[in-house]
Design a protein around this ligand. Structure first.
Ligand SMILES: CC(=O)N[C@H](C=O)[C@@H](O)[C@H](O)[C@H](O)COP(=O)(O)O
Length: 235
């Protein structure tokens, strides 16, 4: 079975710990990846060549690899350099995700895409809009993700809901559609398929303990504040 066949109709778990957090260690990334597979994940999204190489030794499941780094004078962070592609190929990624937005960056976007394809990997375009996806498809990307919707100046939004409308729009294009970004519950992940996704990637809600704890804390704090408010009114 090809990687895309293995991912079809399934769940990819993104194992990206909070940078610098208590879980930001390669051994923990491997443990999260194996636990995700035990839970039924069809594939993994792994950041960093070292993490990809170590997870690769532990499983044959499809790995979507990416490298994130901060560079001066650009907001582009995901696999924006040719050297990132080389490192991920070397590490054994099956699929390489890259920033498919039209924002300026160090190495030309389509040169990065062509390098991924030239190495025989599947290219996953992390898109913020339908236009990003259309351009990526025209250049040969086989997988289109809604990953960056809500995270660029053009699409910035305060909503904590996923962009299901973008997933529906991507479904009209002839490519594998990955719903990704803020699928923070099983119900939302299921909705991605109703919208036309071929697979869904979930990260924070499964592997970022700090975020999950924060969601609980916020809900509890709001509830306790509301209760205090009611007590004051009734006293
Ligand atoms: C915007 C951006 O840089 N997204 C990143 C891409 O790799 C990750 O930080 C996300 O965790 C991943 O996309 C999964 O999304 P969520 O964590 O919402 O399930």
């Amino acid at each position: 079975m090809t990687s895309l066949e293995q991912l079809q109709g399934g769940l990819v778990v993104s194992c990206q710990p909070v940078t610098g957090g208590a879980m930001d260690r390669t051994d923990i990334v491997v443990a999260m990846a194996l636990a995700a597979i035990d839970g039924g994940a069809n594939g993994l999204r792994i950041e960093g060549a070292r993490n990809v190489a170590t997870v690769r030794m532990a499983t044959d499941k499809p790995i979507i690899g990416l490298v994130k780094h901060e560079v001066d004078r650009t907001d582009v962070r995901i696999t924006s350099r040719l050297s990132d592609v080389e490192a991920l190929v070397h590490a054994g990624a099956d699929i390489i995700a890259y920033d498919a937005t039209d924002r300026p960056r160090q190495d030309d976007r389509d040169v990065v895409l062509h390098a991924i394809l030239a190495h025989g990997c599947i290219a996953m375009a992390d898109c913020s809009t339908f236009d990003d996806a259309q351009q990526a498809l025209d250049q040969g990307a086989q997988m289109l993700g809604s990953t960056l919707s809500g995270y660029t100046a053009k699409t910035e939004s305060a909503s904590d809901r996923p962009d299901l409308a973008l997933v529906s729009a991507l479904n009209r294009l002839d490519a594998f559609v990955m719903a990704e970004g803020r699928y923070n519950s099983p119900d939302l992940a299921a909705e991605a398929f109703i919208a036309g996704a071929d697979a869904v990637t979930v990260g924070s809600a499964i592997t970022r303990v700090e975020h999950i704890v924060g969601w609980f804390k916020t809900a509890i704090d709001e509830a306790t504040r509301a209760e205090e408010h009611d007590d004051v009114l009734s006293s």
